[in-house]
Design a binder for this molecule. Structure first.
Ligand code: HDD
Length: 722
């Protein structure tokens, strides 16, 4: 009988698992199965009730002690169990992704709204109600695997559709444009944005000399940098952001007709963001903020949903815009070409194992299916090379497509063979084609309107082989200006503050000046002047590039102010409680919010239960310190004289409210809790609501929650020292 060091008996493999042990292992009986998650079942392993073994399946009798020459003697090399365990451990880490290293993912399903075969022969869009399994990975770009979620950065939004005609990967971002126009510049851009080479600072951020040196020298980045300095770079959650395929793609119908499209993901819960001070604080208090939100939403059955849409441009319309469709630094304004919704994606199942599924998932913009094809966007064309190449070093060879998460649900057969970590056992004698030994199998499938083999769109090309950028790619500022003009006043202030914050960290004065004079002055003079005065740079004299006429000057679809869902589903409200709180008001709020799909969390002075005014016990979900107001969308304080009295003398409780106020959140206080607002000298406004009972404040509180922030409060909130 093995004993551990305390002499306790360790459980044996033939001991039956207790019911509570079984309750803790939920991994295989999750709901929301689909063809892909079922295919993963073969690879899932559940150790409940099983013997501990070596990798060779030998049962282990003692996992506590190395084999030694006597209890105090040297360890013996022959201890194959110790050697196997340590060797495997020594090699547990694989290289992280060179970009987008920090990420998290979920399984889900895509459902087509209709038969879209008039647009594309892609089978996953061919029928109303057709379901296709998906796996989606969200990420930041700059930081390493362990960096914080809420940094100012672009977010990756990569979707793998496991269609019945093979995998289609839509590898996009939460911003519709990119920093550069040609893939050959990508290594330069990434070297500039990554932490500086001498001290590896900053992590997950762009407030450093090399980034601003590069972007101020590369005007094609101007439009994307505007997005990166906007609220889009600090999303409230992964389900509160849009996704974009960015490049113009082609879609091909059953008759071979091609159209250009841009892909969009529209979140059903609307688009809304953090505020900068909050984002920075969350990075310290909960670096896993976005990861946790996605995980918990799915575990709670509050499934994130996104609609897939396309902007469609007929072949004949390719040149009708004042920008080039092939230029990835340009959007097609939605006012010129509206987004047509094709279907809905629901993320409804968390992975069982982060490494096996999320970390080993590998996406590739070159994974397309019949009915979808590339355009000549030079950024897209370069990406088509990079993604397989990077997986070969990241995942150790060319067989990464065999990893369970990457395997298509469509059958796969070809004559590719061998290489590191081959898992498939190919039968047959002829690994070549044509062959007669295996009767010619596997055989080609001719293209067809449905179920056919892939055929590239036969675009006619007649050109000289040259290294040259098209003249039609030369306007770098019009759409940056369009973005600026489309922002609300609050959003404009945030953009000015973001540039000022970032450029203030740039040591070299000539880089600050170049960004203001050569870039910002060509976008908007107010923007340039306001930033200049905050970073110690003389105001610019004027633009250096003549503005170009633009088809539209404002695009409302670009402003988050117009992208809220109008409801409060999934919003989180902190309820501050202490001994003596009005428990009935707490219960009433909780059920009112639940009716609207929102949720509450009780925060107390500690994790210990409090006694309500009517003598009941309420257990906080977290102490205030563990769940500060930065983690919520709104704060509610019920009445109760004793509770309010205690909060008045508790710096943490006062800070809780001040911070929520500063971050422009809806706050509702009832009864005696009014004294907190008076004590803190806060002015009631459309989102700071005071009432004697819930009925009095409920409608305004919920309306403020749906608007997400009280922007009108922002000038006053600046005076708050939170
Ligand atoms: Fe990329 C990863 C998105 C340009 C080279 N990229 C990567 C991921 C996303 C994007 C979301 C993470 C996928 C995942 O979750 O595993 N990349 C984009 C978008 C771009 C873009 C939207 C422009 C429109 N990327 C781009 C260029 C190159 C790369 C121009 C190279 C020439 N990207 C890579 C890569 C990565 C990658 C090095 C790193 C890890 C990986 O591929 O799998 O190959």
């Amino acid at each position: 009988m093995p004993f551990d060091t305390d002499g306790e008996k360790t459980p044996m493999a033939d001991d039956k698992p207790t019911p509570s042990e079984l309750a803790g292992t939920d991994t295989t009986d999750r709901q929301n199965r689909n063809a892909k998650t079922d295919s993963l079942e073969t690879f899932r392993s559940d150790a409940t009730g099983q013997a501990l073994t070596s990798n060779q399946g030998v049962k282990i009798a003692d996992n506590q002690n190395t084999l030694k020459a006597g209890p105090r003697g040297p360890s013996l090399l022959e201890d194959f169990l110790m050697r196997e365990k340590i060797t495997h451990f020594d090699h547990e880490r694989i290289p992280e992704r060179i970009v987008h290293a920090r990420g998290t993912a979920a399984h889900g399903v895509f459902v087509s709204y209709a038969n879209h075969s008039w647009l594309t022969k892609a089978s996953f869009l061919a029928e109303a109600g057709k379901e296709t399994p998906v796996f989606v990975r969200f990420s930041t770009v700059q930081g390493p695997r362990g960096s914080a979620d809420t940094v100012r950065d672009v977010r990756g939004f990569a979707t793998k559709f496991y269609t019945d005609e093979g995998n289609f990967d839509l590898v996009g971002n939460n911003m519709p444009v990119f920093f550069i126009q040609d893939a050959i510049k990508f290594p330069d851009f990434v070297h500039a944005v990554k932490p500086e080479p001498h001290n590896e600072i900053p992590t997950g951020a762009t407030n450093h000399d090399t980034f601003w040196d590069f972007v101020s020298l590369v005007p094609e980045s101007a439009h994307m940098v505007m997005w990166a300095m906007s609220d889009r770079a600090i999303p409230r959650s992964y389900r509160a952001m849009e996704g974009f395929g960015i490049h113009t793609f082609r879609v091909i119908d059953g008759e071979g007709r091609s159209r250009f499209v841009k892909f969009h993901w529209k979140p059903v819960s609307g688009v809304y963001s953090l505020v900068w001070d909050e984002a920075q604080k969350i990075a310290g208090k909960d670096p896993d903020f976005h990861r946790r939100d996605l995980w918990e939403a799915i575990e709670n059955g509050d499934y994130p949903e996104y609609e897939l849409g396309v902007q469609i441009v007929e072949e004949e319309g390719e040149h009708k815009f004042d920008f080039d469709l092939l230029d990835p630094t340009k959007i097609i304004p939605e006012e010129l070409v509206p987004v047509q919704k094709l279907g809905r994606m629901t993320l409804n199942r968390n992975p069982d194992n982060f490494f096996s599924e999320t970390e080993q998932s590998s996406f590739h913009p070159g994974h397309i299916v019949p009915g979808i094809d590339f355009s000549n966007d030079p950024l897209l064309q370069g990406r088509l090379f990079s993604y397989t190449d990077t997986q070969i070093s990241r995942l150790g060879g060319p067989n990464f497509h065999e990893l369970p998460i990457n395997r298509p649900v469509a059958p796969l057969h070809n004559n590719q063979r061998d290489a590191m970590h081959r898992m498939t056992i190919d039968k047959g004698r002829a690994a070549y084609e044509p062959n007669s030994i295996d009767n010619g199998w596997p055989k080609e499938t001719p293209p067809a309107a449905q179920g056919g083999g892939f055929e590239s769109y036969p675009e006619r090309i007649e050109a000289h082989k040259i290294r040259q950028r098209s003249e039609s790619f030369s306007d770098h500022f019009s759409q940056a200006t369009l973005f600026w003009n489309s922002m609300s006043e609050a959003e404009k202030e945030h953009i000015i503050s973001a540039y000022a914050f970032e450029l203030s960290s740039v040591d070299r004065m000539h880089i600050r000046e170049r960004e203001v004079y050569q870039i910002l002055a060509n976008i908007d003079m107010t923007l340039a002047t306001r930033v200049a005065e905050k970073i110690g740079v003389a105001p610019p004299a004027g633009p250096t590039v003549a503005p170009r006429p633009s088809q539209i000057s404002i695009s409302p679809a670009l402003s988050e102010a117009n992208l809220l869902s109008g409801n409060i589903k999934s919003r989180k409200v902190a309820v501050m409680i202490a001994d003596g709180s009005d428990g009935q008001a707490v219960a009433a709020l909780k059920s009112a919010l639940m009716e609207e799909g929102a949720m509450t969390m009780l925060v107390g002075p500690s994790a210990a239960p409090v006694r309500t005014a009517d003598g009941n016990e309420l257990t906080p979900d977290a102490p205030m310190r563990g769940k500060p107001s930065i983690m919520f969308d709104a704060v509610f304080v019920p009445g109760g004289a004793d509770a309010v009295q205690a909060m008045m003398g508790d710096g943490e409780a006062l800070h809780y409210l001040l911070e929520a106020y500063k971050h422009l959140k809806p706050i509702a206080v009832l009864g005696e809790a009014k004294d907190l607002i008076i004590g803190l000298k806060l002015q009631p406004d459309e989102g700071l609501l005071v009432g004697s009972g819930l009925d009095q404040v409920k409608a305004d509180f919920f309306a403020a929650l749906a608007r997400h922030r009280i922007w009108a409060r922002e000038p006053r909130a600046k005076a708050i020292p939170a």
